[in-house]
Design a protein. Sequence first.
Lengths: 110, 498
Amino acid sequence: MPIEVNGKTLETDEEGYLSNLNDWEPGVADVMSKEDDLELTEDHWEIINFLREYYEEYQIAPAVRVLTKAVGKKLGKEKGNSKYLYELYPYGPGKQACRYAGLPKPTGCV
Amino acid sequence: MAKPDFEIPELKLDTEVPALKEGTMAHSSPFIAKPEHQEPLGFPGELVEDWHDRAIGKMGDLLGKYRGLQVYLDSCVKCGSCTDKCHYFLGTSDPKNMPVGRQDLLRKVYRRYFTFAGKYFPWLVGAEDLTRETLDEWYSYYHQCSQCRRCSVFCPYGIDTAEISMAAREILDDVGMGQKYCNEIIAKVFRIGNNLGLPEPALADTLEGLEEDVLEDDGVDVKYPLDVKGADILLVTPSADFFAEPHVDGLIGYGKVFHEAGLSWTLSSHASEAANFGMFIGSYENMRNVSMRIREAALDLGVKRIVFGECGHAWRVAYSFLNTLAGPFDFLDPKYPVPQHILEVTHDLIQRDAIKLDPSANDDMILTFHDSCNVARATRMGPKPGGQFTIPREVIKASVNRFVDMAPETIHDSTYCCGGGGGLLTDDLMELRVKGAVPRMDALKRVIEEDGVTHMAAICAICKSQFTKVLPYYGMGMDMIVSVHQLVSNAIVLGAKK
């Protein structure tokens, strides 16, 4: 199902992930989060930006532990846990936040 | 947790056999594989034009290759023993999720094309032509079987529905109707080395992070080595252990056990996956190709032993098939079983008093244990029959003070599947996964209410991920599920044996 972002039509797969990762722009996260009735705050964007930086370097989403550790370092220890991430992204940080960030969905037994 | 668009079953303390509701799960069907998921596995990219003849030809081919398949298709006497044994039937009420109902979907076509009575008097023996609708029905219901083999324990003829479901999936793959989840993952293993698609630099970074964490938390320099030539042990573990929680806490535990016992070990970036989804799709060739990576890594690194981490179906492939698929392993040290399970290693060290555990470290928990279907019904651990049941429990009991088993009809070789096994651990099958978890959730609820159980330990990456996802649907916390080696990790006294 394609999505409309700033006048452009972007292809997504059956699960709503961008088909072409290079299509990403911040507007993608805005459009996707609106469909989920989720309002993106600065806290959400911290996660999205980290995911994108990590993906740029390693070509994969970070492990949950890597993500929580990075969040803990940046935003304070009390936020460095998966509970905090699930509060931000109730569908799961790995899947929902990755989708907003334009990353492919993590596959496997996760 | 996603908002469900289906009804969540109400938990009872004992699972009840539901009244039949025909077709309640006929809509359940996972995403079809795209050409880029199919072709690397040697399957056609999309449904082929001559699907009918090709499917019948493939069925004939499989009947010739796997004699068990023909016996299973011939020998059912409709006694009814299996009807209430499948977790998916118990959770969905759909009669096609009764093992016999599921088998009959393939059996009716087998009879029509491969038996005398079915060829000439199809109406007398329930034989039916293969149609396009049959393919869709196979696709739906053979992706509602987690190949857990509980039904086969209760079948007086030992008919193994898993073998039938694997054959059906192989026929579907062969006509171009593969399942996206499994086939995308297998293609990733061939391309990158693991189910996740975790490249070597990301794996190295993740392992370094674990070393930092353990040093910070325990003050001990435990190593998580990667691609170390000349190490004694190659650890092959599911890639979920690098990525997800509570899996990674188990991996931390394996490392501490090796460290404390002074064993030399390494992970491999080439064989950075224990899982072998080739089994789920019934494809010998793909299962073999995935397995060969382990042999290649073992040879390349020059190890003496191969040890598998906590992964249910991987242990089935390893224990039952690895030697045939990727052997002989005559280059390994013959003093040790090939391959070995990490629980066998840890159990042996505990028996020999070579590691010290302080179970009071887990006093904030009361544990129960979920036997993983593939470990329980297709493998063994240790030298004695039933070791696959006793060894995990003995390791848990050495690591915690309070342990309670769930109801006897739900553990050991009667264990229920977690609801996500056999290649069904995908979001597009969430309704099936939530409903299929009912018998395990019922049994868990009873020990929570009666014995105050707070956590359930598991030894399979699929079980751990499935429960983490499904527990919240039933009002329980996702962090109730723990790795067995996470308990070991908490309890092990580092430096005690120096």
